[in-house]
Design a protein around this ligand. Structure first.
Ligand code: NAD
Length: 330
């Protein structure tokens, strides 16, 4: 069934992939994006002029604007966010404003206007950290992972604001009966991720021959999912998720940051001597890992991008798209 969608944060990394997937399905899309340092028209590229797509530059904290845009949409996908943990440690105010106040503004408008469904794109970081386990070890197979029933215990200012938004969205379901679904995706990689996040930073440093800055001992474990699979999961939750429910989206690719960086260097045929340890991030979560059984069983969703292939394509893309890097970092 064709959906009329409002996608907030649609000029960012995951949002622009979502806009493309929705347009390819034949859905109608209004993209709302403030075009912060992380949001760029270049991310939407050919989708900008596509039939069924309208781009609006604006703020999710602007109540009258978002209410007006919701007049003719069925589903709101809220991806707009301040999304970089390091920046939230430097200054958390923009995170509180957009991630909390912005989400509250959208929820109030959705209730007012009578939007059919509200999809809150949350993150696995709301759960906090897991006890460390070596991803290559036998214990890793049965080690605990976060389920949707795990308590939210965020540890960075970024995650705390995302947890507030996640709780608020579900509270709108409980209190006001708004049809809300929440996605909690794991660390995402792929094309057009802003070059401040781990993978693009490491690829670009490796390409230029600069040292690759690795936090602490590099043994922090992250659970990687390709952006196409993450977005496929968000669409599946929008279409088939049960109202008032959260869904973990992960692909089971747990890796230490060090082994990820070594894989990038191997892909580019560069030596591991380029890795340079830098002081650890304060409060750096030791391990993330999600159990995505609920999404697989209830939604018939399965991630399909094999990690080695996905990483190779991603590395090649950053190598071949220096113009994009220049545009978004100018
Ligand atoms: P991103 O930083 O690439 O994009 C965020 C977008 O939001 C940008 O285009 C920015 O301009 C826009 N934006 C910021 N403030 C806004 C405001 N006030 N009004 C309107 N637009 C605004 O982030 P991303 O990595 O694409 O993440 C998208 C969503 O997915 C976020 O909510 C994030 O918390 C969540 N998420 C990300 C990951 C990941 O690994 N990247 C994993 C799980 C969940």
């Amino acid at each position: 069934m064709t959906m009329r969608c409002l996608v907030t944060g649609g000029a960012g990394f995951i949002g622009s992939t979502l806009v493309r997937q929705l347009l390819e399905r034949g859905d109608e899309v209004t993209t709302l994006d403030l075009l912060t340092y992380a949001g760029h028209r270049a991310n939407l590229d050919d989708a900008l002029g596509a039939a069924g797509h309208r781009f609006v530059e604006g703020d999710i904290c602007d109540g009258p604007l978002v209410r007006g845009l919701m007049g003719d949409v069925d589903v709101v996908f809220n991806l707009a966010a301040e999304s970089h943990v390091d920046r939230s440690i430097e200054s958390d105010q923009p995170f509180v404003r957009t991630n909390v106040l912005g989400t509250a503004t959208l929820l109030a408008a959705a209730l007012d206007v009578g939007v059919e469904r509200f999809v809150q794109v949350s993150t696995d970081e709301v759960y906090g950290e897991l006890p460390w386990v070596d991803p290559g070890s036998a214990e890793a197979v049965t080690a605990p992972r976060f389920t949707e029933d795990s308590p939210l215990a965020p540890r960075s200012p970024y995650a705390a604001t995302k947890a507030a938004a996640d709780h608020l969205a579900l509270a709108y379901h409980t209190t006001h009966g708004l049809d809300v679904v929440v996605t909690r995706g794991s660390n995402t990689y792929g094309l057009r991720q802003y070059p401040e996040k781990l993978i693009p930073v490491m690829v670009l440093h490796a390409l230029s021959g600069e040292p690759l800055p690795l936090y602490g001992d590099g043994l922090h474990v992250r659970d990687w999912i390709h952006v196409d699979d993450h977005v496929g999961g968000i669409v599946a939750v929008a279409e088939r998720g049960r109202s008032g429910r959260a869904y973990n989206l992960g692909a089971g690719n747990e890796l230490t940051n060090r082994s990820l960086v070594e894989a990038i260097l191997a892909e580019l045929d560069r030596p591991t001597t380029l890795i340079s340890a830098v002081p650890d991030r304060p409060g750096h979560d030791r391990r993330y890992g999600v159990d995505a059984t609920r999404a697989r069983q209830e939604l018939d969703w399965t991630p399909s991008v094999e990690f080695t292939r996905g990483l190779r394509e991603c590395v090649d893309w950053y190598r071949d798209n220096g113009d994009w890097v220049q545009t978004v970092t100018a």
